[in-house]
Design a protein around this ligand. Structure first.
Ligand SMILES: *[C@@H]1O[C@H](CO)[C@@H](O)[C@H](O)[C@H]1NC(C)=O
Ligand SMILES: *[C@@H]1O[C@H](CO)[C@@H](O)[C@H](O)[C@H]1NC(C)=O
Ligand SMILES: *[C@@H]1O[C@H](CO)[C@@H](O)[C@H](O)[C@H]1NC(C)=O
Length: 424
């Protein structure tokens, strides 16, 4: 019993006077300081007093900060980590430090940083991350940092920054982003405009410069010439049959996504059928319609020119077809609802709405009966009657000669294409 008592006293005393061997712990101006700088440390040592508010681990050899690295010192207000070899700051390393006001991670090798942890640091005023290997900062990185006054990201590997990245930083007065290899394309034009207008001080403006494209290398962002830039736009047109013959079972449905924008946008198709969703990064076939050698031939063939061909179109392919175009300036999309029906019977779209056609005057094109209430101005409904046995004048009509694209029935927003199959 006596021994046990003694032992617990030793433990208690040990905790009270705790300080890792490599560190000096002490109080100064009311702050509890732990100084562990210049010690070749390869990990955050254990054994700090729980009330430490300032911790210096500068000039050591820390290779990373794992989750929970600072669990012992939740009251930290200042954390100095400059001049280490930190490559990774894992999720959960910084999040528990809700009282942190100053964080210095400069002069490390950080390329992998858990940005989401910053959202928990609402008191942070100074964030130094200059001289690292950061290649990317997510647009939402600084979302929670409403107290941040100084942000230092100079001397990294940033090629670009998304518009709005600094918008949440309402207290920001000082921003260093110079000496990054900026790629001066349309996606960065906003930064020039923002830099000219903002009250935030941006030092070394001549070194906030383009590294690419080649023609602009070395040009300071502030002197970037106007670039031809346009956000994407899309128009969906369709062609019921490649041959323009009568529409019979087994026809080829061809949708065409006509996308504008500068730089030329990337295209994707999103197809929602009753059996599930298909996502296609266009193109998935070559110009000859063939899939890459090791891939099986896709059901939906997306060509580089924006066309989507669905051979042997049937009930299983009914659904909503959406084309999405994305470039650095944003994205745009357009959808069409495709349903299949026999003459007189009407059809049903993906949402389970029933449609019945009625010939529009002399056009061979059917409009929809009153049962359908378009749900908004975008929800225009187009029903096409393409072919009926014994009325050849109706074949392949709906505004164009067979084989032509039909921009006349342009599909803005959500439209419905209802194909009536020829009856025999
Ligand atoms: C922190 O804790 C140590 C030991 O437990 C104590 O001596 C010191 O007064 C405390 N400092 C502050 C600022 O609370
Ligand atoms: C610059 O951006 C363009 C457009 O996003 C891209 O195609 C190009 O590869 C980028 N260049 C560099 C060096 O990152
Ligand atoms: C796109 O390419 C495919 C395959 O070469 C072709 O069938 C289709 O007609 C083309 N689309 C347009 C709009 O030219």
């Amino acid at each position: 019993m006596r021994e046990l008592c003694l032992l617990s006293w030793v433990v208690l005393l040990g905790l009270a006077g705790a300080c890792p061997e490599a560190c000096d712990c002490g109080e100064k101006y009311g702050f509890q300081i732990a100084d562990c700088a210049y010690h070749d440390l390869e990990a955050v040592p254990p054994g700090f007093p729980g009330n430490v508010t300032t911790l210096s681990l500068s000039a050591n050899r820390l290779p990373s900060l794992p989750g929970g690295a600072f669990a012992e010192v939740p009251l930290l207000q200042s954390l100095w980590l400059a001049h280490n070899e930190i490559r990774t700051v894992a999720a959960g390393a910084l999040a528990p430090l809700g009282h942190l006001k100053s964080l210095d991670l400069s002069h490390n090798l950080v390329s992998d940083f858990a940005w989401s942890d910053l959202q928990h640091l609402g008191d942070l005023q100074l964030l130094k991350m200059d001289s690292n290997e950061l290649a990317f900062v997510p647009r939402s990185a600084f979302r929670g940092l409403r107290a941040l006054r100084s942000l230092q990201l100079s001397h990294n590997r940033l090629h670009t920054l998304a518009e709005g990245t600094f918008a949440p930083l309402t207290a920001l007065s000082h921003l260093q982003i110079h000496n990054n290899p900026f790629n001066c394309t349309c996606g960065l034009v906003w930064l020039k405009t923002w830099a000219l207008a903002t009250a935030v001080s941006l030092p070394e403006q001549d070194n906030i410069a383009c590294a690419s494209p080649r023609a602009l290398r070395g040009t300071p962002l502030s002197r970037l010439p106007p670039l031809p830039c346009a956000a994407p736009s899309v128009q969906l047109t369709y062609r019921p049959s490649q041959d323009g013959a009568e529409l019979r079972p087994g026809f080829v449905l061809a949708l065409h996504c006509d996308a504008g924008g500068q730089p030329a946008p990337r295209l994707r198709w999103h197809i929602q059928t009753p059996r599930g969703t298909v996502e296609i990064a266009s193109p998935n076939v070559g110009a000859d319609g063939r899939a890459p050698p090791d891939a099986s031939p896709p059901r939906f063939r997306a060509f580089a020119n924006g066309s989507l061909l669905i051979p042997d179109f049937g009930k299983l392919e009914e659904g909503t077809y959406t084309c999405l175009a994305t470039n650095e300036l944003g994205s745009a999309e357009s959808s069409v609802n495709v349903a299949l029906a026999s003459p007189g019977e009407g059809g049903e779209d993906v949402l389970g709405r029933r449609f019945r056609g009625r010939a529009a005057e002399g056009k061979g094109c059917y409009t929809v009966d009153n049962e359908v209430q378009p749900s908004g101005p975008e929800d225009s409904v187009v029903v096409i009657y393409l072919s009926r046995a014994g009325s050849p004048e109706a074949a392949g009509v709906a505004g164009g000669t067979p084989g032509q694209w039909l921009p006349g029935l342009l599909l803005l927003g959500q439209s419905l294409l209802l194909f009536f199959l020829a009856s025999f």
